[in-house]
Design a protein around this ligand. Structure first.
Ligand code: FE
Length: 166
C-alpha cells in the first residue's frame, strides 16, 4: 500500500491541517483513506446503494464534490459517478502504485484521497469516478433545493423569488 504523508505534500492546499488534527477529526478508516490513500473494502461503504437526491461533500473539508445526478450503479462495491460537480473540485494525478496505472482523484481543497477515475464508464462521459464512501459526506437535497429545481408554473410569488431573478 502506498503511504501518502499529507504534511509533506508540495501543493499548497486551501485547507491544510497538522497530521494530528486530521487524526482527531477523522475516524480511523477515514484517516487511512483520505490521508494515507488506502481503499475501503468493497460493498462496505454506506453510500454504495444510496439513491437519495443530494450532494456528496468531501468528508475531510466539506467541499462539494459530486451530485447524486452523476451517481450510477457500477457493481464494483464503491459509489461511482460519471463526473464531478465541477471539474475544479477534484484534482487528478497519476498513480502507478500496486503495479497498476491508475488515475488518483483527490479533493483539490484539502488534498484528501477520494478514489480513482477510470475510462470505462457506461454514460456519455465514459468516466467512472470510483470513490470511497468514507471519503464522502452525503448531504440530502433540501426542500428549497427541490423547489428551485422544479419551479411550479402558476406559482407566481415563488417564481419571483427564485434564483433566476435574484
Ligand atoms: Fe477535501
Amino acid at each position: 500500500m502506498r503511504k501518502v504523508q499529507a504534511g509533506t505534500e508540495a501543493v499548497a492546499r486551501e485547507v491544510q491541517k497538522p497530521d494530528e488534527q486530521w487524526r482527531q477529526e477523522l475516524t480511523p478508516l477515514q484517516y487511512s483513506v483520505l490521508r494515507e490513500a488506502h481503499t475501503e473494502r468493497p460493498f462496505t461503504g454506506e453510500y454504495v446503494h444510496n439513491h437519495a437526491d443530494g450532494y456528496y461533500r468531501c468528508a475531510g473539508c466539506g467541499s462539494k464534490l459530486f451530485s447524486s445526478d452523476a451517481k450510477f450503479d457500477s457493481g464494483t462495491g464503491w459509489p461511482s459517478f460519471d463526473e464531478p460537480l465541477v471539474a475544479e473540485a477534484v484534482e487528478l494525478r497519476p498513480d502507478n502504485s500496486l503495479f497498476m496505472r491508475r488515475t488518483e482523484v483527490v479533493c483539490r481543497r484539502c488534498g484528501g484521497h477520494l478514489g480513482h477515475v477510470f475510462n470505462d464508464g457506461p454514460t456519455k462521459t465514459r468516466k467512472r469516478y470510483c470513490m470511497n464512501s468514507c471519503s464522502l459526506s452525503f448531504e440530502p437535497a433540501t426542500a428549497s433545493q427541490d423547489a428551485a429545481a422544479a419551479q411550479e408554473p402558476g406559482d407566481g410569488e415563488i417564481a419571483q423569488s427564485g434564483p433566476a431573478s435574484s
